[in-house]
Write a protein that binds this ligand. Structure first.
Ligand SMILES: [Zn+2]
Length: 271
């Protein structure tokens, strides 16, 4: 009986998500997954072009040439779907933006007319975002979204999704992650293994910043576990992974290197 009710809820939720981009996967299998849904790497939605580039990169071929794009003029233009949120939630969203802005040169500016903007919505299940400025060259403009369902309202989770919007991928996908964490494949839920893909050195840059267990972009130890056992084990003792309190020191450094300095590394994608 419970099962039937859950299914009904899911169907309703899917129908109630009319603002999802048409060309992106949107499957909802669990309302309690938070970041760990069925999007690419759990909570990232990639354009067709990005997906192809990432697949190629995972296979050790080309880098993420047309990967995560930077927002121009160090400015993220946004629109909050006010009807989807209550006052407290809007405050948490605004605090997230203010935190990033205060610690970098980035600005968040409300959409005024019909310019490209990330639409911050709560109408779909889960917490997810496009990666970087998402304007699809072939098909015209992508409907860029940052979705924050009820379970996403933690400062660190909101900031995590905003960093995807800005252009960051996940920490544990970086090329040298095997020197820092062990992936326990036998504990990973079947069909979600791609979430643990690692990108090659040509694809991503860490801006020379060492691997950061404390990044807000790192998965926790039991991400996508099928049995509650660990899927990611840090190789260093006494470290914690998967914090969602807020930006780490290294997150802030990378954010600044990515947007606030001009360098060659800025043409690469960021973990
Ligand atoms: Zn994520």
């Amino acid at each position: 009986m419970q099962y039937v009710i859950l299914l009904t809820v899911l169907v309703v939720s899917v129908n109630a998500a009319p603002t999802m981009p048409k060309n992106l996967i949107h499957l909802f299998s669990d309302t309690n997954l938070g970041e760990f849904g069925e999007f690419f790497e759990g909570d990232m939605i990639l354009t067709k072009e990005q997906k192809l580039a990432v697949t190629a990169a995972m296979e050790g071929r080309n880098g993420l040439k047309g990967g995560a794009k930077r927002w121009p003029n160090r400015t993220v233009v946004y629109h909050i779907e006010e009807d989807d949120f209550d006052e407290d939630q809007v405050k948490i969203i605004e605090t997230g933006m203010a935190d990033i802005a205060n610690k970098s040169c980035l600005k968040f500016v409300k959409r005024e007319h019909d310019e490209h903007a990330v639409v911050i919505q709560g109408s779909a299940n889960g917490c997810f975002s496009n990666v970087g400025l998402s304007v699809d060259d072939e098909d015209g403009e992508v409907n860029q979204v940052l979705n924050l369902a009820k379970g996403c309202f933690r400062h660190g989770t909101v900031v995590h999704e905003m960093l995807h919007t800005i252009g960051f991928y996940h920490m544990q996908s970086t090329y040298d992650r095997d020197d820092y964490v062990k992936i326990v494949w036998e504990n990973i839920r079947a069909g979600t293994e791609h979430n643990f893909a690692k990108y090659n050195n040509d694809t991503v840059t860490d801006f020379g910043v060492p691997y950061d267990y404390g990044s807000v972009m790192h998965y926790p130890e039991t991400a996508f576990s099928k049995n509650g056992n660990k899927t990611i084990i840090p190789l260093q003792e006494n470290v914690t992974i998967g914090q969602r309190d807020g930006l780490s020191e290294s997150d802030i450094i990378k954010l600044n290197k990515m947007y606030c300095e001009d360098s060659e590394e800025n043409s690469k994608d960021v973990m």
